[in-house]
Design a protein around this ligand. Structure first.
Ligand code: R5P
Length: 286
């Protein structure tokens, strides 16, 4: 379907181009009562909700899909944190029982334990019923960029092992192409000779028309940022997003020996829950 239209033309004309490409029709829910009546944009939509509130709304909607007895992949980041809080609350109230969480980071494991979610791992639970996680970018085909928090490897392992992967985002995460936010597309690399790997990545991606650079991620003190797996992150940047065959680009990156994994999640998400500023929710299905 995508080949028949010019995405750039559509982007200019349609505020949510994602609605054109999702394989099933999106479902929508009405604006949230707290969204601020009267603060609308002229199209009947309020503008009163903070981004944090949007994240909470998307997260709570996703947690509605959790059933007692499920094995649930627990995402990482500020949006997923709302899902952890909600899941913990439902377990404490007895509304859900016998849920096992598979955390995608050490931080998520600590948070989940603090709110009372029993934890396990993929070794003990290799099949996950449902994962819930945020994303940094979502493209019209429900491909994602993840890992700006550094958790991409464990996230991808767990989310790819899930029967369903529900992504929760506020509408600022929607992009016409991966990389189009001009923010980082992360790649996890082994520390050994990471400058060599960085050069290899640059050489590979110089073929990309919009590639604008690659940089080792650093912590606040200037030392290399360390993932939960004691690896480094190299952040890739694109001025206007990644063009061409994403799977071929993914394969090219993964063929570089020092690369462990990258933050493009291609074809893994089964559903994306988008919370808008007016509190309405759009559900995009694969
Ligand atoms: O490594 C971080 C994860 O991929 C997050 O899911 C992603 O960065 C989105 O995080 P947030 O919900 O805080 O925007």
């Amino acid at each position: 379907m995508r080949g028949a239209v010019c995405p750039q033309t559509l982007d200019a004309a349609i505020p949510l181009p994602h609605l054109l490409f999702a394989q099933k029709p999106p479902t929508t829910s009405p604006p949230h009562p707290d969204a601020g009546a009267g603060a609308g944009d002229g199209a009947g939509r309020g503008t009163g909700l903070s981004q944090e509130e949007q994240k909470r709304i998307a997260a709570h909607r996703a947690v509605e899909q959790v059933e007692s007895g499920m094995v649930v992949g627990l995402g990482t980041g500020s949006t997923a944190a709302h899902a952890l809080d909600r899941l913990g609350e439902l377990l404490r109230r007895g509304a859900l029982r016998d849920v096992v969480g598979i955390p995608t980071s050490l931080k998520t494991a600590a948070h989940a334990a603090a709110v009372g979610i029993p934890l396990s791992d993929l070794d003990s639970h290799p099949r996950v019923d449902l994962s819930i996680d945020g994303a940094d970018e979502v493209d019209p085909s429900l491909n994602l960029v993840k890992g700006r928090g550094g958790s991409l490897l464990r996230e991808k392992m767990i989310e790819a092992a899930s029967d369903r992967f529900v992504v929760i985002v506020d509408d600022s995460k929607l992009v016409p192409r991966l990389g189009a936010s001009a923010l980082a597309v992360p790649v996890e690399v082994v520390p050994f000779c990471h400058n060599y790997t960085l050069t290899q990545l640059k050489t590979l991606l110089n073929q990309q028309p919009h590639f604008s650079g690659a940089k080792l991620r650093t912590a606040a003190d200037g030392s290399p940022f360390l993932t939960d797996n004691s690896n480094y992150i190299i952040d890739l940047y694109f001025e206007d997003g990644i063009t061409g065959d994403l799977n071929a680009i993914s394969d090219g990156i993964l063929r570089l020996t020092g690369v462990v994994e990258h933050g493009m999640f291609l074809g893994i998400a089964t559903e994306v829950i988008v919370a808008n500023k007016d509190g309405s929710v759009v559900v995009l299905n694969k």
